[in-house]
Design a protein around this ligand. Sequence first.
Ligand SMILES: [Zn+2]
Length: 141
Amino acid sequence: MFAVVACRECLKKRVVDLNDKSSTCPYCGTSGPHKNLKIYFQSDDQSLVRAALRQLTGFVPPVEKKQTSDADPYSTLEYRYEHCHSVDEKMRVLAEGLTAVYGEFTFEDLEKIEPKHAEKYLKAMLVEGYVHETKYGRYTA
Ligand SMILES: [Zn+2]
């Protein structure tokens, strides 16, 4: 009987023959009995056990980086704002985006994104409840 076990010292997984009572880890040289090791997979067919080991150790796909998490929140906000289709969407993106960038934002911060209608948007965002004023001239979503 063969099995995939994890070394109790270095925790690396390896294949052992359970007919042997003990073995030595090829990675860290620790030897010890098999009976207390955690068994991940076992079979009489050694090739199945080796395949299981490969799956357990080798075939973990690398975590893909999300592009958006690399971009800074300000360019993300500008990009999203340019692609808004409705006034409602614009207010939502502004409220979320400015809060993400500044925590609390000011009228001037809003004006950088929306130079023409900043005042109109700020008023509407307050009325619609997208943002609220935390103290004079400071807003947050
Ligand atoms: Zn080891």
